[in-house]
Design a protein around this ligand. Structure first.
Ligand code: NAD
Length: 472
């Protein structure tokens, strides 16, 4: 009804620590009935998510368009299809994932058997972000459900249309006694964070990641932190230039106009090769977004005026003022910024100091491609690192010497789609991982169980420690 959004708005405003405490109590009570532990319950919820995504695809795309003017095709590929395939995989593999895993035993326990039992943790909290506001909310929830937990999702207030749609859809499709959405921003999240959770799964900035971890520490709650950072792409001069340029365009501007945690943040290449690379990137941008990318329907806008202002000040810093070699156009009213490339900005410029999270792409040049590794390693560990080369020795050296959450060699971003690879950060880019079986593991406790029988009991292990026993 027309009143519903107003009521939801009201509910959001009044949500405080008391309500949060009641909610956690309710979820813990549901959890203790044991229903979320059953295979049948997990399957029923996963099937409901699948149904929700199929039946409400149009609503989801519309919300994503409102929040980010996300092109429908991009919304489908990076949000809807990602959620569908996670559900499909979880439904196919769940029985297998839930099965206790046999473990080897030791001489000391002979005769015995042992196994690792995956058990749910209890009531878990998922706090998500705005850039892929649907998939980065629902995918962790899928993990929490597959592992048999009761779950609260707190979507991002910066993508309000998707946040309110998620709240509506979860009420409609999922078991509200064990899966809930709480909308809101800092006060509501703080109220949630004051409660004792059995796990907190957070996606967002390293700054807020610290707040989450501090709150979690009070209750000894374990956390998964999916954070960000400056993801470098190193380009060697022996590459297929056209393919490389296209894949960088895809990994930067097709990825939510650079507002993606694993989009290319900056490029490192050699001085000699930079002009060729810039030409190829210019061509690649034109092929994808036309001669005037500001008019393109195939690129997302900047999420909010705050984010626009931040990007604008990165562009306008005097240190990078004359370094634009491609793009530079912007429209504050429409929150649009064109794909923009900078050449040789100083290392101490803001552009090279903070995560860009937008359509600006600095290119740093070095004498030798190997020098790029020192530059990367002088910064906090990124969530992803990319290398384009035909040189196997360099590939090997890069994989061995660069520490990052994940990597793709000769491509960008695509490693996120491989569910047999863990997705997560290291150091400043986060801790813990998810996707596929890793999501199930992230929300499970691995319980060690040893089975013994009463037979074969030897007195050797028991006191008194006679000289005979000590000789053994
Ligand atoms: P953010 O940290 O500002 O917000 C994320 C969530 O935290 C939101 O739900 C928000 O309501 C909540 N929040 C904000 N301030 C809070 C506070 N003071 N106390 C409690 N909760 C608070 O992050 P963002 O701007 O939404 O996202 C950008 C960052 O997220 C980038 O660094 C990006 O790289 C990272 N990111 C990481 C991944 C990943 O999978 N690793 C994915 C997307 C984005």
């Amino acid at each position: 009804s027309a009143k519903l959004p107003v009521m939801m708005e009201e509910k959001k405003k009044t949500f405080d620590a008391n309500e949060a405490a009641l909610l956690v109590k309710e979820l813990n009570e549901s959890f203790r009935t044991g229903k979320t532990k059953s295979y049948e319950w997990r399957v029923s919820q996963l099937k409901s998510i699948e149904k929700m995504v199929v039946e409400r695809e149009k609503d989801i795309c519309e919300a994503l368009y409102k929040d980010l003017s996300k092109p429908e095709f991009e919304a489908f590929v990076s949000e809807i299809a990602m959620v569908k395939s996670s559900c499909k995989e979880a439904l196919k593999e769940l029985k297998h994932w839930m099965k206790p895993e046999k473990a080897k035993t030791s001489m000391e326990t002979y005769p015995s058997s042992a196994e690792i039992v995956s058990e749910p943790l209890g009531a878990v909290l998922v706090i998500s972000t705005w850039n892929y506001p649907f998939s980065l909310s629902v995918k962790p929830v899928i993990g929490a459900i597959t592992a048999g937990n009761a779950t609260v999702l707190k979507p991002s207030e910066i993508a309000p249309a998707t946040s309110s749609l998620l709240s509506k859809l979860f009420e409609e499709y999922l078991d509200r006694s064990a899966v809930r959405v709480v909308e809101g921003d800092v006060p509501q999240t703080t109220a949630l964070l004051e409660q004792k959770w059995d796990k907190i799964f957070y996606t967002g900035s390293p700054r807020v990641g610290r707040i989450i971890m501090t709150a979690a520490a009070k209750h000894l709650t374990p956390v998964v932190l999916e954070l960000g950072g400056k993801c470098p792409a190193v380009i060697d001069s022996d590459v297929d230039l056209q393919v490389t340029a296209r894949r960088i365009v895809a990994g930067k501007w097709q990825a939510n106009n650079g507002q993606a945690c694993i989009s290319v943040d900056y490029i490192i290449t050699t001085k000699d090769f930079a002009p060729k690379l810039i030409d190829a990137l210019r061509k690649g941008i034109e092929e994808c977004f036309g001669t005037d990318p500001m008019e393109s329907k195939d690129i997302s806008r900047i999420v909010s005026s705050n984010h626009f202002s931040r990007l604008q000040s990165l562009m306008d810093e005097y240190k990078v003022y004359n370094k634009i070699v491609v793009g530079g156009q912007r429209n504050q009213k429409e929150l649009k910024i064109a794909p923009t490339i900078f050449l040789d900005v100083p290392g101490d410029s803001q552009l090279m100091q903070e995560e860009i999270f937008g359509p600006l792409l600095p290119i740093i040049t070095v004498e030798n491609v190997k020098d790029s590794i020192d530059l990367i390693n002088s910064k906090p560990k990124p969530l992803a690192a990319y290398l384009f080369t035909n040189n196997d020795k360099l590939k090997n050296y890069f994989v061995q010497s660069v520490s990052s959450g994940g990597m793709a060699i000769n491509d960008t971003v695509l490693h996120v789609t491989v569910s047999s690879l863990p997705f997560g950060g290291v150091g400043e880019s986060g801790m813990g991982s998810y996707h596929g079986k890793f999501s199930f593991d992230a929300f499970s406790h691995k319980k060690a169980v040893l089975y013994r029988s009463f037979s074969g009991d030897s007195s050797v292990r028991y006191p008194p420690y006679t000289p005979e026993k000590q000789k053994l």
